[in-house]
Ligand binder design. Structure first.
Ligand SMILES: [Zn+2]
Length: 229
C-alpha cells in the first residue's frame, strides 16, 4: 500500500513480523516499510517522522551514487535501445505510436502539448515491452534447448529494483521490460539466470556452475547490466 508520510512517498508492506523495518532502496532511493499486520498507521507515521533526517541523508547518498535523472521524454533526449543511445524525436501525427528509425526513436503524438511525461513514459514502456517480448519469444526457447532448463511460462513486467524473478514453485519467470534498453546479451543473461533458478533456488556453487557452463562471461555481463546507462 502506497502512502505519503511527511511529504515522503512510502510503500508499506504488511507482513507477519514482530518489528518494523525501513528501507531506502536503490536505484531511486524510494522508501519501503515492512510492518507487522496489526501495527496502527499512526505508529508507522511516527516511525517515518522520527527517522526523516536519516532517510533524507540516505536518499542523498543513493542519488549521488546513482545519478538517475528522471527522463521527461522531450525532443532530443537520449534513450537507449538494445544498449545503443538513440535520440528521441517528438513528431505530430494522427495517432500515438513509437518507432525506431536508424539511431532515432520517433514518438508520434496526436496532441504533443497534452501528452505529459506520464503518457509518454507509458508509450515508451509499451513499445519496449513489445520489442522485448518479440526477442524473448526467439531467445527463450533457444536457451531452454541448449541448457535443458525449462520455465512453465513467462511474462514481461516493469520492475523497479530487479531485472528478473523466478517463482521456484511454479517455475514461472518474469523479465523486466527495461531490459530492452540494455545490450541483448544482458537479456540472455537474465533469461539464463532465471531459468537456472528452476533447478537451483539459491545462488550457491551449483548455481554458479550452471552459469559458468552456459555463459562463462556472465560476471562481466552482470556488471555491464548494472551500470547506469
Ligand atoms: Zn537469482
Amino acid at each position: 500500500m502506497k502512502k505519503v508520510i511527511d511529504g515522503l512517498p512510502v510503500m508499506v508492506n504488511r507482513k507477519r513480523i514482530k518489528n518494523m523495518y525501513l528501507y531506502v532502496k536503490p536505484p531511486d532511493g524510494h522508501l519501503e516499510i515492512s510492518a507487522p499486520v496489526r501495527m496502527p498507521d499512526a505508529r508507522i507515521t511516527e516511525f517515518v517522522r522520527t527517522r526523516k533526517e536519516w532517510i533524507l541523508k540516505n536518499q542523498e547518498k543513493i542519488a549521488s551514487r546513482n545519478p538517475v535523472r528522471e527522463p521527461g521524454f522531450d525532443e532530443g533526449e537520449i534513450h537507449y535501445l538494445w544498449g545503443k543511445p538513440h535520440k528521441l524525436r517528438i513528431v505530430h501525427g494522427r495517432r500515438n505510436f513509437v518507432k525506431q528509425v536508424g539511431r532515432e526513436i520517433i514518438m508520434v503524438l496526436k496532441d504533443p502539448e497534452r501528452a505529459d511525461t506520464e503518457v509518454r513514459r507509458k508509450m515508451m514502456n509499451e513499445w519496449y515491452r513489445g520489442l522485448l517480448k518479440e526477442r524473448i519469444t526467439e531467445r527463450l526457447p533457444e536457451i531452454e534447448k541448449i541448457t535443458g532448463l525449462r520455465c512453465s511460462s513467462w511474462q514481461v513486467k516493469n520492475m523497479k529494483s530487479r531485472w528478473g524473478t523466478c517463482n521456484t514453485v511454479t517455475d514461472k519467470i518474469w523479465l523486466n521490460l527495461q531490459l530492452a534498453r540494455k545490450d541483448r546479451i544482458c537479456l540472455d543473461y537474465v533469461i539464463l539466470h532465471e531459468l537456472a533458478h528452476t533447478k537451483v533456488r539459491n545462488h550457491g556453487r551449483e548455481f554458479k556452475n550452471l552459469m559458468d557452463l552456459y555463459m562463462p562471461q556472465w560476471r562481466e555481463v552482470r556488471k555491464h547490466l548494472n551500470r547506469a546507462a
